[in-house]
Ligand binder design. Structure first.
Ligand code: CA
Length: 217
């Protein structure tokens, strides 16, 4: 899952980005509203974290612009716990908001819930055959035995599982699992798929030659 963090305070931006990377997200960041607008339009993010007080274009204006063209879930970061701010945020099309200062663990939990809901996946567990994927703890079992995956292997599995029954193209994988700082050579995707098949069974992931991959749900 790839997220955009729009935040002008360097310490907060860095802390949030690092935390989310450790949680397995691909993370892009923007330090003002203009850069945020550019990136929000350039990519289909799985979610956007948007600070309210931003230079150049503030969070409200940016949210309104994003909502003209995109349904991307947006979590607003607000400095004030004013009812009018919350009402305004939800009226403008924010999906959730957090009041600063916040705990990173709470931010991550809200983000997971937002992404799940927007993917039409309200339950925190996906079952495919004897494979169980727990989205909150990011753990996988097969026939009740734990399966050890690297962060990227897990991210790919989760992405394919959320889209189970549908073709996942290499472009989708490229856009959602790698961030702006990563060299996402497409042959690495083949390595992750190879490893997942080794761990979960040869037939768990089907290849559509020249198109992409698919998990049958
Ligand atoms: Ca700010």
């Amino acid at each position: 899952m790839r997220v955009l963090v729009v935040e002008d305070e360097p310490d907060v931006r860095r802390a949030v980005s690092e935390y989310l990377r450790e949680e397995g997200y691909a993370v892009d960041s923007a330090n003002d509203g203009e850069d945020g607008r550019y990136k929000a339009n350039a990519w289909d993010y799985d979610a956007i974290l948007l600070d309210v007080m931003l230079p150049k274009i503030d969070g409200w204006a940016l949210l309104a612009e994003i909502r003209k063209t995109k349904k991307t879930p947006v979590l607003m970061l607000t400095a004030r716990d004013a009812v009018s701010d919350r009402v305004r945020g939800l009226d403008t099309g924010a999906d959730d908001y957090l009041v600063k200062p916040f705990e990173l663990s709470e931010l991550a939990a809200r983000l997971r819930a937002l992404i799940r809901r927007s993917a039409g996946q309200p339950r925190p567990v996906i079952e495919i055959g004897d494979v169980m994927i727990e989205l909150a703890s990011k753990t996988v079992t097969q026939a009740n035995e734990p399966v050890n995956l690297t962060a990227k292997e897990y991210s790919l599995l989760e992405f394919l599982a959320i889209h189970r029954g549908k073709l996942v193209t290499r472009t989708m994988i490229y856009e959602h699992l790698f961030d702006e700082d990563e060299d996402s050579l497409s042959n690495l995707t083949d390595v992750y798929v190879f490893n997942l098949r080794k761990k979960l069974g040869r037939d768990f992931i089907a290849t559509r030659r020249g198109q992409g991959y698919m998990i049958h749900g």
